[in-house]
Design a protein around this ligand. Sequence first.
Ligand code: ADP
Ligand code: MG
Length: 429
Amino acid sequence: MESLNDLWDYIIKHIDSSVSDIGIDSWFKDCKVIEMTDTSIIVLSPNEFQANVLRMRYSDKINRVLRDLFGDNMRVDIVVNAPESEKDTYNQSYDYTFENFVVGPSNKLAHAAALAVANKETTLYNPLFLYGDSGLGKTHLLYAIMNRAIKNDPKCKVVFVRTRDFMNELIEAIRSGHNVEFRDKYRKADLFLMDDIQAIGGTNSSQDECFHTFNTLHEAHKQMVFASDRPPSEVPLLTDRMRTRFESGLIVDIQKPDFETRVAIIQKKSTQVGLNLSDDVTKYVAANVTANVRQIEGAIKKLRAYNDMMHLDITVSVVSNEIKGMYLDKQDDYGPTPDKIIEETAKFYELSVKDLTGKRRTKDVVLARQVAMYQIRNYTTLSLNEIGKFFGGRDHTTVLSSVQKIEQEANNSPAFAKDLKKLAHTFDR
Ligand code: ADP
Ligand code: MG
């Protein structure tokens, strides 16, 4: 973080001389750079008023300094509050252990590789390159490696650095002719962890310097781990030899967790914050909050706050109200639609959609229909009445008794319960 503060001082020093000292004092002094991305630096201003003045009067001038420093694509972005997600992640690093990481099919390779590296079980995964969408646990795994390595060997020198901080420091080192000191500092690491490498950017010369650092570490057989939101081949501005270096190790991706893993994550996280969620509620959250784990944590925090304030039981209808805003605005995050469920259920029982929504009452059709109703009840927020409408306007008592019948059946027969789960997997995109 220190290097980000230095960046702000640098900007102040190099800004157009038409900006008076009073201007600097009034509008710049209380700000700080909190984040740097591929294309912007994010500056935190103490209030909306000051932020607006900076935006209107000074952003062009700041951008000019940035352009000189980083090239054409860099712009200033003035905000009043730090992004929640970032704040959370970096404040809770002590929680980020393997013990707190829920493993499922979507992340088990990444987890296994991270664990092997942390325990020094192999030297083959060097560098280890983890990639996946935001909020899926990359930073968590990096910290878990760090925490485990230190636990195994308290003398192990771990360097954990975010790419933007690293690059800022590097640029500063080059500018002031301290390349050697810079290289030495990182060369001493036994374990080198670098987060958000997709933000590497920079000029060729800064990447060259970066490459030298990695090379030095590699030649000394020091383990390196990188995290990125995309594979090396898709990281913009990455030089060829840097990409080749990444590809010489192990590259593993992390996918979105599936339904069962989400259930496990919700159980773990809710227990951790002292929240007791019923199975219904847990499943409901798992079915509806699907984008990433960070979003699931947000939902749990909301429910916890609700619980603290209202002292009421958390029911599915409470949840659907409380967490609605978290997923309804994103098409991607909807659970499965009733039509999709009916379609998949029909396929599962080798029947047609018409069979399920029509009037036939043969035994196999009735069962499939009941299952579809049950699944819709489980995976959507529709009322019994609304569900009935998808089945030729059957009334809510019919839907209710169908749902209950299937529930009972699932309780009596593990094989049947397993079938229901298997079917549910086909809704889970
Ligand atoms: P990324 O770096 O991939 O954007 P983070 O590592 O910051 O994501 O994860 C976001 C949040 O989700 C963190 O609080 C992290 O603890 C949590 N999280 C992600 N994956 C898991 C998991 N498999 N088990 C438990 N918590 C997870
Ligand atoms: Mg991260």
